[in-house]
Design a protein around this ligand. Structure first.
Ligand code: NAG
Ligand code: NAG
Length: 935
């Protein structure tokens, strides 16, 4: 979301000239017969990036910098219109950004439940289907000139702290759910086919990274420096982003406002170029959160001049500025040689190529594959039905106890229309409309309020608000009237909770209790009610409702998130048993006093017993909860039995990789191997199949989410304090429908490298050797993971980088085995005819263990150089994978590494010390260097 500052006003004159208002839309770029239609950038047969390069090459510097911002100017002489990059579609097409404008033939769009609720469904096909419905509506609006094609959704930040006002936008606290959500929703939105790069829409995963604080005391997101460990980044904060880019193939990533470890994320080369583009291989663009660049210049004073800010962000890898900063200072940054024209070109190729993939340079869109979509494809009955279905699936049944005094009876829910004819609907959300769609919403097609929903079942609804609004503050609240209504009704439904005045963007909560006198209202109503009392909560974040949980007069509690346009009907459908609830909490519901122990500014996920810090989320927090992560009841009962899962599994090593123990000091001690680096394992296809039979032993059909939790074996010697593996973590889940009395087999698989590995303190993922535990409901299953035995002698007593020549020597006693030779050959097929002889000589020397050459070459100076290089590679987030093209890419662009390569004439150029000390690499180095020395 934007911060509008003085700078923006300066720019107004500039901005207002573009983009062209949709109502007066000019011919589309590359329209047949247009000025440019014969130029290469209009040629659809060329790859998107070539077309983008061609277009960019035709622009002046002044034209280029005006394309670096969300409000991109047109280039009329080339027939290119202006374009507003900023559209939003978090849970339906939304006018939160300027790219979407409702009105005319497009008065509204289907408003699906807020994401936190949809996440609770744990139904990945639902997430995909919602994305697909949104993509139809968005394309239709684009065709009508009322939306862009680049949507800055979804928000996949981890919901780390229960107070976060934007937690509602996210899929919750769990990296596995968030990842699957990201992949499914992006797939739905983009509709990218496996074999093409064409996009229906371009999605954007935001806000990278470790952004989940808006305002806490004096700290706000524009000034916050999040101190984050490599471990937490690797196994928590970055997980959904990685999935979004690598599996979801999202066309964009947005960097956030905050700093991480002292560097604004939008100026962090390690993050943007290193992690997102090189390691994960983003094919698309990186955009700033709105005014992020301005924020790190003006608020964080990260650079001393605006041109340095431009350079910092563009060198880091930013391609597009949401905000005017790059347009204002881009030209002067080039003039002052802070950046080169080539830097601007590279950024524009990344953005324009996405426009090419969207078909924006293919002429009139009516002729394109989505040209048929128009007003009649928005708010269709099918899409509205999907919104209703999504809302039903979002509902989480937290409590359902028998009526007082009837312990053996079923829960009070579902209500029966025949028995519960007069229903009192009380509480501030009884007539909720706008509150139901949460933030980042659009204009819904229509609303069904909770009172209207209940009226579809009850003979008579008596509506009494009880609280004038959600704040429910002051002595004037109409509580007594609500109590009266409950006293006289056959059943009472209380609609309570939060809204955007309590939790929102820019607004974190200070506590977890219900606002004002809501709790008082609920208790008073429960005390007086003649019939059963059902409490329905609307909120994004968790609420401490222990008073209601423990009140026997309150028979049932539902959590409905912010259920979207059809929320009222969905809630009633659940209350009256038309839909059997199957949602599960995607966040831990903490008690209020949890907050005493966790400053919102403390980013640590792991508990720290030494300081009394309890840790965060289901994976690390083991203290008391109001309701735990994953909690959710049904009107029926399910049991699990294990149909198939292996008891053991052997991890194969990739060629040339030694297993290692967890501590660097014994890195070379293969005999003590307790872990295997994921980077060293053959991950492909390595999955633990988990097949579970789910039996519905109750009397109603229902849907059930099977959750598979994993616990890794502790390391020998123990990980102490805050450094450990998660207490447990969700590694797989699947939703199934099971008819009453029926049984359904659910076939899941747990990816060993992704799911069963643990990030060590350095952020390196390792698979622990030993007995892993999988817990599925009431089942526990053990899988013993071993490592393939490799014939290799390990001699090192200490790592070679411990400075002295003595250590270096000890390493050189390596008896180079056939294994190493094979690894060497694999990494370096000798192919250059002119040097064949030298290669073969070197090969022989190392293969025969000619340690003389090693002695000559591996001087302490050389080792020091290798260390430097290793450090640099690590900072760039590369080096764990030897010789992979991604690493090559980074090396090519990094002048220091390139210089080092030249200086030491290293052929492969991307060896890290880590790989060097694996013996195959050692052999390789000695071989190569000896050949250079003409030994
Ligand atoms: C290597 O591991 C074995 C088995 O744990 C242990 O006995 C030995 O001392 C270790 N060697 C070194 C050099 O750490
Ligand atoms: C998942 O959602 C889709 C779309 O609403 C629905 O058709 C399907 O039945 C759901 N799956 C389960 C197991 O509930």
């Amino acid at each position: 979301m934007p911060r509008r500052r003085a700078l923006l006003l300066l720019l107004l004159a500039m901005s207002s000239s573009s983009p062209t208002p949709a109502s007066a839309r000019p011919a589309f770029a590359c329209a047949a017969g247009g000025a440019s239609s014969s130029l290469p950038f209009c040629r659809r047969s060329l790859p998107a990036r070539s077309r983008a390069r061609d277009l960019v090459s035709r622009l002046t510097r002044a034209e280029k910098v005006r394309l670096l911002v969300n409000n991109a100017a047109g280039v009329p002489r080339l027939g290119v219109g202006g374009y507003e990059w900023w559209s939003e579609a978090l849970h339906g097409v939304s006018d939160t950004g300027p790219g979407v404008r409702f009105g005319g033939e497009f008065p509204g769009a289907t408003a699906f439940p807020q994401v936190i609720g949809t996440a609770a469904s744990l139904n990945a096909s639902l997430w995909d289907l919602i994305g697909r419905a949104v993509s139809d509506e968005a394309r239709a609006m684009y065709n009508g000139g009322r939306a862009g094609l680049t949507f800055w959704s979804p928000n996949v930040n981890i919901f780390r702290d229960p107070r976060w006002g934007r937690g509602q936008e996210t899929p919750g606290e769990d990296p596995t759910i968030s990842s699957r959500y990201a992949v499914s929703y992006v797939h739905g939105l983009q509709q990218q086919q496996p074999t093409t790069t064409n996009l229906k829409l371009a999605a954007c995963c935001k806000h990278f990274t470790a952004y989940d604080l808006d305002s806490w005391g004096p700290t706000d997101r524009y000034h916050f420096n999040a101190i984050v460990t490599r471990q937490d980044l690797e196994d928590t904060f970055n997980v959904p982003f990685r999935a979004c880019v690598t599996h979801g193939r999202a066309a964009a990533v947005m960097c956030s406002y905050n700093q991480v470890n002292g560097v604004p994320t939008c100026a962090d080369e390690t993050f943007l170029r290193g992690t997102v583009r090189s390691r994960w291989g983003l094919d698309g663009y990186i955009v700033s959160d709105c005014d992020s660049v301005d924020v790190f210049f003006n608020d964080q004073h990260y650079t001393s001049t605006p041109e340095d800010a431009v350079a910092a962000t563009m060198r880091a890898g930013l391609d597009l500025d949401c905000g005017p900063f790059l347009a204002v200072y881009g030209e002067s940054a080039v003039a002052k040689r802070k950046i080169a024209d080539a830097d601007v070109d590279a950024a524009l190729v990344n953005t324009v190529a996405v426009q090419m993939r969207l078909g924006m340079f293919d002429g009139e869109p009516a002729a394109g594959p989505y040209g048929h979509l128009g007003p009649r494809h928005v708010c269709t009955p099918a899409n509205q039905e999907l919104a209703l279905d999504a809302a039903r699936q979002s509902v989480v049944l937290l409590k359902n106890e028998p009526p007082r005094g009837k312990h053996r009876a079923a829960g009070v829910l579902p209500l029966r229309p025949a028995a519960h004819r007069v229903v009192a609907v009380v509480g501030p959300h009884g007539d909720a409309t706008v509150a139901m769609v949460g933030n980042y919403a659009g204009k819904p097609c229509r609303y069904t309020t909770p009172a209207q929903g209940v009226a579809r079942y009850a003979a008579r609804v008596v509506r009494q608000a009880g609280c004038a609004d959600v704040a429910c503050a002051g002595s004037q609240q109409p509580i007594a009237a609500a109590v009266d209504a409950a006293r006289n009704a056959d059943a009472t439904v209380v609609l309570a909770g939060l809204d955007q005045k309590v939790e929102a963007e820019g607004l974190d909560r200070s506590g977890l209790m219900l606002p004002g006198r809501q709790a008082e209202l609920i208790s008073a109503v429960a005390m007086a009610a003649r019939g059963p009392v059902v409490l329905v909560l609307m909120s994004g974040g968790p609420i401490d409702i222990s008073f209601a949980k423990n009140d026997p007069r309150i028979g049932a509690i539902l959590w409905a998130g912010y259920p979207g346009q059809a929320g009222g009907q969905a809630i009633a459908d659940v209350i009256f048993g038309h839909h059997n609830p199957g949602g599960k909490l995607p966040v831990t519901w903490y008690p209020q006093d949890y907050l005493q122990k966790v400053p919102m500014t403390n980013m640590a996920m792991r508990a720290n017993p030494a300081t009394g810090y309890p840790g965060r989320t289901d994976r690390f927090y083991t203290g008391p909860t109001i309701y735990p992560f994953g909690h959710g009841l049904s009107y029926t009962k399910f049991t699990h039995s294990l149909a198939h899962a292996p008891a053991s599994l052997t991890v194969q090593l990739a060629a040339g990789k030694a297993s290692s123990s967890s501590s660097p000091a014994t890195f070379l001690n293969a005999t003590a191997a307790t872990t295997v680096r994921v980077a060293h394992a053959r991950c492909e296809g390595m999955r633990v199949p988990v097949h579970v039979d789910v039996r519905n032993v109750g009397e109603r059909d229902g849907a059930h989410a099977v959750l598979v939790f994993h616990t890794a074996p502790p390391l020998a010697g123990g990980e102490v304090g805050s450094g450990g593996a998660p207490a447990r973590q969700l590694v797989a889940f699947e939703k199934v429908h099971v008819a009453a009395g029926g049984v359904v087999r659910v076939e899941m698989g747990v990816d060993v490298c992704d799911g069963m590995s643990v990030a060590d303190r350095a952020g390196v993922r390792r698979i622990h050797v030993g007995e892993h535990r999988l817990v599925i409901g009431e089942l526990t299953h053990s899988v013993t993971i071993g490592v393939e035995q490799v014939e290799m002698e390990v001699l090192a007593k200490a790592p070679i980088w411990q400075s002295s020549g003595k250590n270096v020597l000890s390493v050189l006693h390596v008896d180079i085995s056939l294994f190493n030779v094979a690894a060497y050959a694999y990494l370096h097929p000798w192919k250059t005819a002119s040097t064949t002889e030298r290669y073969q000589l070197g090969f022989l020397l190392s293969a025969l263990g000619c340690n003389m050459s090693n002695l000559l070459v591996f001087t302490p100076v050389m080792v020091e150089m290798m260390m430097k290089r290793y450090k640099m590679e690590k900072e760039l987030g590369i080096g764990n994978e030897v010789g992979y093209p991604k690493n090559m890419d980074v090396v090519k662009r990094n002048p220091n590494l390139a210089a080092m390569n030249r200086k030491f004439r290293m052929v492969h150029g991307v060896s890290s010390l880590a790989s060097l000390i694996s013996f195959s690499s050692l052999a390789m180095h000695s071989w190569y260097l000896s050949s250079k020395l003409n030994f």
